[in-house]
Design a protein around this ligand. Structure first.
Ligand code: SF4
Length: 95
């Protein structure tokens, strides 16, 4: 299971940490080069941290994090493909 977190949507509200039964997520400071300038400003107002799937191998695919994320920042990819997007650089141009 690949967990993709949109760096330009996540506001570090930690809902995924609360709902994930497998302790997959952790809050960390993101690399600034991964963020748009709007997201860098937004990050300053939201504590400077975002969610990271540090324990991705434990994910069972229950989708609780996807359903509960208030920013719709999380998506899952259960296809084993080399063409999937890098979860840490996922960028949604519509955000
Ligand atoms: S899909 Fe379920 S197990 Fe996987 S990260 Fe989300 S909440 Fe955790």
């Amino acid at each position: 299971m690949k967990i993709m977190i949109d760096r330009n949507r996540c506001e570090g509200k930690a809902t995924c940490l609360d709902v994930c039964p497998e302790d997959v997520f952790e809050l960390q400071k993101p690399a600034k080069q991964e963020l748009s300038w709007q997201s860098r400003i937004k990050l300053k107002f939201h504590g400077g941290e975002q969610a990271f799937a540090v324990n991705e191998g434990s994910c069972t695919g229950c989708e609780l994090c996807v359903e509960h994320c208030p920013e719709k920042a999380i998506s899952l990819d259960n296809h084993d493909s080399d063409q999937r997007k890098d979860p840490e650089s996922f960028y949604d141009p519509g955000s």
